[in-house]
Design a protein around this ligand. Sequence first.
Ligand code: HEM
Length: 668
Amino acid sequence: MHYRQFFFAAVGAAHVSALCPHFAAQRTAAEHILQQKQHIRVARATDDYSGMDSYGDVMTDIAALLTDSQSSWPADFGNYGPFMIRLAWHCSGSYRTSDGRGGCAGARIRFGPEADWEDNANLDQARKPLESVKEKYGDDLSWGDLIVLTGNVAIESMGGPSLNFCGGRVDAEDGLESVPLGPSTYQEELASCEVNGQCEAPLGPTTIGLIYVNPEGPMGIPDSVGSAADIRSSFGRMGMNDRETVALIGGGHAFGKAHGACKSPPCGSGAMEGKGPNTFTSGFEGAWTNNPTKWDNAYFNNLVTYNWTKVDGPGGHVQWEAEELPGLMMLTSDIALINDEYYLPLVMEFATDQDALDKAFSDAWYKLTSRDMGPAARCKGDKVLYPPALFQNPLPKSQSDNVDFEEVNKMIKEIMYTESNALRPDRNAKGEPYYGAYFVTLAYQCASTFRTTDYSGGCNGASIRFQPQKFWPRNIDLDKVMDVLRPVEKQFKDLSWADLIVAAGHAALVDAGGLDLQFKGGRSDAINGDYAATSELRDYYLNPMIANEDNANVMGLTAEEFVALAARPRSASHEHTLGYVGSYTGNPSVLSNEYFQLLLNEDWVLVSDLENGYKAKSKGLYMEDYDLALLDDPDMKAAVEKFAMDEDAFMQAFTSAWEYLMNADRFA
Ligand code: HEM
């Protein structure tokens, strides 16, 4: 679909037309972003990040402004708290597990495209009172930290449970990293949404421009059963289970109200036009409880106590009213929670057990707001949860100080040239058994799960030993490579698999290319693979050029670095096992720039639709579509041409890219 068509479909379909007057502004912002597509790059994990040792003073300042209502945007019930909670939730709730994008780190909610999402209507007004705090603390306090912390202070100050805070978010300079979240042509290329309102992974929400689901029901139809399915699907893509989902929705809607004072905004007239009681945000109108500035479980009580019926709200949307107690409101997405066999028992539990709600909500809130921050070692401040939560992928302490890595290296080298019963080796130029290319493949597959978007994945933890990674198609037989290495693991009792895998790749590369690579031990092993990178990104993308661009972005590699790593030695035996008809080189034991010369100079023909493989006409060598696609992206093609001419430049780029990737997941 053409971008312009898509844009209107995306914003116009299904949902509330709250932002119709803003179409023009949205379009300009999105088009501006498109022009900059080339510059979309996720900041590297190793970039400096900010944070404070203590957030007490900031919290005091925030608490004071919450109840200081300003005539420019009067606070409902004299308290900006609920509005601020919505800001923190929408800032964080863009996070998706598929590729780790979104989340409040970066605070890109301040810029297009996120700022223009219809779900984020009026949230610029919530940021205004925070400007003075931001100014006071300057660079020590990022907008990302300020927004999340304000959500915490709001909840606590209205009587909510005490909350943890993982500080240290770094602000983005613009909204470019959110362009893949849409609406944009780049998002269309990366992951299109066939029917807006029914978007699927890797996208997070059902509807682009909404945080999760359409409040009125699927595609705007007030069907609470269908809404429950939408909620489970989209909250699942955020990494939330049923308990977390119910606690978050009901905990959030313990506070505040929806705004939809009239059918055609701006509502009201005079000085109060469009604000205070005349505010139009979502187009729904009313509060969920009688005490919207007090934390309690009334939301859950109300859901199970009253009979809820559909009514047309003053803002022109279907909402639900209690027959016994007019004045209170529920959204179709709230009613969904009592029309689902798994959500209902949780609603009942929270309606009768305040402590259970307190605990479930505070845990889920921490996950919601911290998930994109990665391992706990990245959290700053005096309110960091300890011990870390499971979603932070805590690893046991490394014992590597007791390991003599020179000896490990010696043993790996020996094993590299010794035939093992575990796996058929490659042959080097002399015809000797050779496992080096397998070692490189294992290390690369282990480490390339790293995502700089949410600092997850990587080889630290060696999650490649467990499902799901163990069963990824490209990882077939890599358990056997580990069997080849097992004698080393047995010999050194404090050596982790993670260090061994990286050390083996390292030894092979030093051997194959004479590289001056630095090895740093200190990794440890996870006890299962549950919390590592959750998906093989490539599966999402149909176009190999887009897959290459996006994988590079998510890993935090430049185009040059990504291209350099593509020339890593590959095991011919492994390629055969994967079903390919051959390898790009006859000699897997040498690291050189031959790959780039072949890529440019051979005449490649498609040999199998199934495997998307290409064969060189003259030599019978084999490349994948991902290899050939390097020539489709201008930056990547330039790197291929450069490396084909200049082997030193290739070796340098390979060395720095490899060292980066092998260590990108280490924060302690
Ligand atoms: C307000 C929908 C989940 C916190 C609203 C509004 C809608 C909505 C339509 C009214 C906005 C306005 O007109 O001002 C949804 C849907 C959800 C969801 C469809 C998921 C299925 C959550 C979660 C939280 C939350 C998880 C926080 C943990 C709030 C708060 C308000 C609000 C505090 C009141 C804001 C104010 O008073 O200005 N929500 N919400 N919501 N939401 Fe949600």
